[in-house]
Write a protein that binds this ligand. Structure first.
Ligand code: G4P
Length: 309
């Protein structure tokens, strides 16, 4: 199969030009988000940074470290059910090498949640113990969740809250108007997550966010996104395409030919036997997002080995 790097680059550039200006984050929004988070950070001992396990690099906020400063953090790689387990393992090792605790979770099914709570408690303990040693009353550690839109913040909060939906009452003073959810005797979770903007100034990251649906589909050019996505799949997971769409012949190397073939295989036909390319695009993206193309990861730690933190 022939694969043209140049072609991919030009498609990416075009896609990025079309996609990224439509994302509804502006400097004013970022400043506001940052201010809200900075205010809430004062109330918590630990932060859970929620990333998409399929794209841990692309779904990270570019300024997260600057925003949380020296607050201890746990990384939760959410949607691990949709990510390639081998890649997730590499990411956990990557974070470990940086002395950051990371855990794979699935907020919808509950996988990894116990471990996440445990890690969070462990990290918070040193802080609460310090307070006690200074004569303060022992208290539960406080935590907040931070992440970009659609990464699963609400799902995680619901999952963590579990049957314990009853929130603790508003507390007087600094925590007034804040709602805390009790997680056992050791931990309290702020019920509103911090919403951060994604890394969409980075063209590749922006495209991966679009593939996963983190960027609203109304704002993207589906044709371009599907084309670049199929190129990525041809490079990294060609066997998944062949399997899912029952393609026995050699896969076409041009994404438009591949999409047409997928459309034909899936019976996306318009009058006169023309392939309904729009329908085929929706099928491909929906199949990826729902895991029907298998567990797929689009970021690897090796992709960012050049990147400085
Ligand atoms: P947010 O608060 O960060 O914006 O994200 P939210 O929890 O709303 O989750 C966004 C979408 O991701 C939801 O799907 C949610 O079900 C899905 N999701 C969250 N965590 C996981 C996970 O661990 N695995 C999988 N497979 N999906 C997850 P949706 O299609 O927008 O809504 P719905 O499917 O719940 O109806």
């Amino acid at each position: 199969m022939e694969y043209s790097k140049e072609r991919e680059e030009s498609a990416k550039k075009l896609a990025a030009q079309q996609v990224l200006p439509n994302v509804q984050w502006f400097p004013g929004h970022m400043t506001k988000a940052r201010r809200i988070i900075t205010d809430n950070l004062k109330l918590v001992d630990v932060v859970i940074e929620l990333l998409d396990a399929r794209i841990p690099y692309s779904s990270a906020n570019p300024m997260i470290q600057e925003i949380i400063a020296d607050k201890p953090k746990v990384v939760a790689l959410n949607k691990a059910d949709l990510a390639d387990p081998a890649a997730t393992k590499e990411w956990i090792a990557y974070f470990k090498a940086k002395d950051i605790k990371a855990v794979a979770v699935d907020a919808t099914q509950g996988r990894g949640i116990k471990q996440l709570v445990q890690l969070t408690e462990d990290l918070a303990r040193s802080k609460t113990e310090k307070l006690v040693s200074k004569g303060a009353k022992p208290r539960a550690a406080r935590v907040m969740i931070l992440g970009i839109p659609n990464v699963g913040k609400s799902s995680l909060i619901n999952r963590l809250a579990g049957s314990n939906k009853a929130k603790t009452a508003d507390k007087p003073g600094v925590t007034r108007a804040k709602q805390w959810i009790r997680l056992g005797s050791q931990l309290e979770l702020l019920d509103t997550p911090g919403i951060l903007w994604p890394k969409f100034e980075d063209m590749n990251a922006g495209l991966k966010l679009a593939f996963t649906g983190a960027i609203n589909d109304e704002a993207i050019d589906r044709e371009l996104i599907t084309g670049v996505f199929l190129e990525t799949m041809l490079r990294s997971y060609p066997e998944r395409l062949a399997e899912r769409y029952k393609i026995k012949e050699e896969l076409p190397d041009k994404p438009e030919d591949l999409l047409e073939l997928i459309g034909r295989k899936r019976g996306c036909l318009l009058k006169g036997g023309i392939i309904d390319m729009e329908k085929a695009q929706r099928i491909v993206l929906t199949d990826f997002r729902s895991g029907k193309l298998g567990a797929i990861s689009l970021d690897r730690p090796t992709d960012i080995s050049q990147e400085k933190d």
